[in-house]
Write a protein that binds this ligand. Structure first.
Ligand code: FE2
Length: 184
């Protein structure tokens, strides 16, 4: 059989993640949720998640909300209740993809199918992940994310009286006016 190609994994090694430099699929690894709610209701929700469900406060941005990590994970955050005086609902769900290319390509896939981008490619300040946001078919928005910070048990909760800038950078087109202020 020498010289014949083999499809056996043992013979060919691990499956190739690339096909002619194109991904064969987008890997969805983690899900994170940000929910809008009035501040009073989240204080109770935060308390429940932090005390009862043993989430951990990673960054407490007083004007925005608490970025929480669930027990057993290292992600900067898995959950965030965003303080809102004017609305309640799903702010966004984030999907962690494999790399920077997939953030761009997942967004291009959505664009090609007519979904509207709500925030262009950029990098968050808290969490450090690169992002691209789309209005979601399910309501709220979808964030494609990669390269989020990991916090181990040595991390000490940071408290921010003033929200850090929302992003370190973001792709801009002529006429864009969005500022780098805090918020989600
Ligand atoms: Fe997010």
């Amino acid at each position: 059989m020498t010289g014949e190609p083999s499809s056996s994994p043992a013979a060919s090694g691990p499956a190739k993640p690339y096909l002619n430099n194109r991904r064969t699929s987008v890997l969805l690894r983690e899900y994170m949720a940000s929910l809008d709610a009035p501040k009073a209701s989240h204080e109770a929700a935060n308390e429940f998640y932090l005390r009862r469900l043993r989430f951990r406060a990673i960054d407490d941005s007083r004007p925005v909300g608490i970025f929480m990590q669930c027990e057993g994970d290292l992600m900067h955050h898995n959950l965030l209740f965003v303080h809102r005086s004017d609305r309640t609902g799903t702010n966004h769900m984030a999907i962690e993809v494999r790399d920077f290319d997939e953030v761009v390509e997942a967004g291009n896939y959505m664009t090609e199918r007519g979904w509207k981008e709500s925030r262009r490619l950029g990098r968050h300040t808290l969490g450090s992940n690169v992002f691209r946001f789309f209005h979601s078919p399910c309501g709220g928005r979808i964030e494609f994310a990669h390269d989020m910070d990991r916090m181990d048990s040595n991390w000490k909760t940071r408290v921010w009286e003033k929200a850090p800038p929302h992003h370190l950078w973001m792709v801009k087109f002529p006429g864009d006016t969005e500022q780098r202020g805090g918020g989600e």
